[in-house]
Design a protein around this ligand. Structure first.
Ligand code: CMP
Length: 139
């Protein structure tokens, strides 16, 4: 069944000119990019987005990094989109990511890991609506 998920291309990938390559992988997988925007998050926006990690030791560094440069945010649509996008991204830590995944091939380190994807259907709904109105999404 077709569903939606939230995707983000992080500042390390945007600054190295990898955005087109990442979007191409999404499209090649059969998923559709149904919303896309370039943003520069404020620290407060990044803190709100990653609120579930607020007690983790990396929260300050992560939210500082995510507001340090432009990102692309997107909504992806397709069969099992949330699980499929996470498979294409690979493990959070590029050192653990499988061959052929975005993080294995492009990530710098655990923080600068090039891409983000929602980790559940519930997070996908929250993350999509954090940045996009329904009118921004065109199937
Ligand atoms: P992301 O999928 O965006 O979700 C949370 C982010 O925190 C993660 O990718 C990494 O960029 C970053 N991060 C930094 N340190 C850690 C850690 N020890 N465990 C998980 N995520 C981390």
């Amino acid at each position: 069944m077709s569903s939606r998920t939230f995707a983000m291309i992080k500042p390390d990938a945007v600054s190295r000119g990898l955005s087109g390559k990442i979007i191409s992988r999404i499209e090649t997988s059969g998923m559709k990019v149904v919303a896309l925007r370039r943003i520069l998050m404020t620290p407060a926006q990044a803190q709100g987005f990653y609120i579930e990690h607020k007690d983790r030791p990396f929260y300050g560094s992560l939210t500082g990094y995510m507001s340090s440069g432009p990102c692309y945010i997107a909504v992806l649509e397709g069969d099992n989109a949330q699980v499929k996008w996470r498979e294409i991204m690979g493990a959070t830590n590029p050192a653990d990511a499988a061959e052929g995944t975005i993080r294995k091939e492009m990530a710098v380190d655990l923080e600068k890991n090039s891409v983000h994807g929602s980790d559940s259907a519930q997070s996908a709904a929250r993350e999509v609506s954090y940045f996009f109105a329904e009118a921004d999404i065109v199937s």
